[in-house]
Design a protein around this ligand. Sequence first.
Ligand SMILES: NC(=O)c1ccc[n+]([C@@H]2O[C@H](COP(=O)([O-])OP(=O)(O)OC[C@H]3O[C@@H](n4cnc5c(N)ncnc54)[C@H](OP(=O)(O)O)[C@@H]3O)[C@@H](O)[C@H]2O)c1
Length: 367
Amino acid sequence: MGLPVLSAIFRSRVVCQRGFVALLNCPKHMKASVSLFSHSAGRCTQTCQALIYRKHGDPSGVVELEDVPVHQTGAKEVLVKLLASPINPSDINMIQGTYSILPKLPAIGGNEGVAQVIEVGSQVKSLKAGDWVIPRDAGLGTWRTEAVLAEDDVISVPNDIPLLSAATLGVNPCTAIRMLSDFEDLKPGDSVIQNAANSGVGQAVIQIAAASGINTINVIRDRPDFTQLSDRLKAIGASHVIKEETLRRPEMKELFKTCSKPKLALNGVGGKSATELLRHLQVGGSMVTYGGMSKQPVTIPVSALIFKDVKVRGFWVTQWKKDHSHGKQAYYLQCEKRVRVSQKIFKVCFLVVIFFPRWEDIQSHAG
Ligand SMILES: NC(=O)c1ccc[n+]([C@@H]2O[C@H](COP(=O)([O-])OP(=O)(O)OC[C@H]3O[C@@H](n4cnc5c(N)ncnc54)[C@H](OP(=O)(O)O)[C@@H]3O)[C@@H](O)[C@H]2O)c1
């Protein structure tokens, strides 16, 4: 049965209207229609439901809802029930076959989500039934109702934070925190300019920057409810919200009378939008590209390179996780405990501390 992805999602009430896969109840059928996708070599005892694609293409044409086997939980494995799994742009690109990492087909969609541990294997040490966990890396296939996963493939997170924050904390907030930390030495009073400011990444940038005293100039596309969206972004900490067209207008001069020129530009769009961000950077500033929603290439004016000496960089959180995976769980546990004790919790979701390299960084960002 072909299943339009949109019929299997609901929309969360956050500013960016992220879609979530809604497959929350897992009927325990006794017959499996697919014999793949379990991480366990154990005997199959039951099935759950999953959104599967067997070839690349438009998601509405190639993704199907199927029963898949759930194997018995091995000694170092956990059986989990998925509670919520978002639909990220990269999930769509993976299905289309245009992303830089692609799973072997057939594959289950989804790379993020939060799951509850139902059962643990006899040698599992770090998890117990009832714990909430998120994937350690991309590629787990989270658009399903249940899974048997290796203990090492997941990271436990507190289960008293909002479900949708837990489901989305592994990618966008982490991308935001790394981009704000790794390219320029930002201090309170400095400015950052970004496009796609209402996206998941953009909202995390706004909230983390605001918690650190950093101004954000947030660029969004024009729309009938521009004022409403602008007000909502300001309510979560945006200093300025402007339309794409404004980037090319004299109003920008007025804006920079009250706000420093940005040291950092974050580009999730590409094309003209990226070029315009670049024009407003400080001399020597950095533009970091993390997404290309317009599917247009980034053009760098020669003058920006010669006369402003701008640095043009890219960021990919999947690679960052690979490069920094050593000891991450230990850091996370230590950071989470300290953050709880000190009650310095980010509005966006304090779990971005997973990706802080040092405790001092957490303190400075938590304010
Ligand atoms: N490099 C990394 O490590 C990394 C990590 C996370 C995300 N990403 C990438 O970052 C981007 C945003 O991801 P997300 O999850 O934050 O997205 P999201 O919440 O789904 O939001 C998508 C954003 O893209 C904008 N947009 C869509 N089409 C556009 C177009 N043609 N021109 C200009 N803007 C457009 C939307 O603006 P409207 O509201 O106006 O439609 C919205 O602001 C994606 O490309 C994603 O793959 C990269």
